[in-house]
Write a protein that binds this ligand. Structure first.
Ligand code: FES
Length: 107
C-alpha cells in the first residue's frame, strides 16, 4: 500500500499508509494529524492545506480553479507557498507512493 511521509506543524513526523483512490485529506484527518477537513472535501474551508515537497509537486494533478481560489482566499490569513495544495483535491495513487508533505498552519 502506498505510504506518505508527513511533517506536522509542531515538527513531529509520521508515516501513513493510504490506499490508492482515497483522498489525501481523509487519510490525514483520520491519521491523527491536525487536518480537520471541515467541509468534507468540498474545497470550501481550507482546513486541509498542506505544503507538498518540491520533488512531488509536478507529479500531482493540476490545481483546478476551485482549489486555486480557495488557496488564494486562505492566503489572506496564513502563509501560502508555491507548493500549497488542498489535500482534499489530491487522490492517492500508487504513483504517489512516498509523497512527502508538511501540514500547514491551521486556519
Ligand atoms: S477539506 Fe475543506 S478545503 Fe479541503
Amino acid at each position: 500500500m502506498p505510504q506518505i511521509f508527513v511533517t506536522q506543524q509542531d515538527g513531529r513526523q509520521l508515516t501513513l499508509e493510504v490506499p490508492s483512490g482515497r483522498r489525501l485529506m481523509e487519510a490525514l484527518r483520520d491519521g491523527g494529524t491536525t487536518v480537520e477537513g471541515t467541509c468534507g472535501g468540498a474545497c470550501s474551508c481550507g482546513s486541509c492545506h498542506v505544503y507538498v515537497d518540491d520533488a512531488w509537486l509536478a507529479r500531482l494533478t493540476e490545481v483546478e480553479t476551485d482549489e486555486r481560489e480557495m488557496i488564494e482566499a486562505i492566503g489572506d490569513v496564513i502563509e501560502v507557498r508555491p507548493t500549497s495544495r488542498l489535500a482534499c483535491q489530491i487522490q492517492m495513487s500508487d504513483a504517489l507512493d512516498g509523497l512527502t508533505l508538511t501540514i500547514a498552519e491551521a486556519i
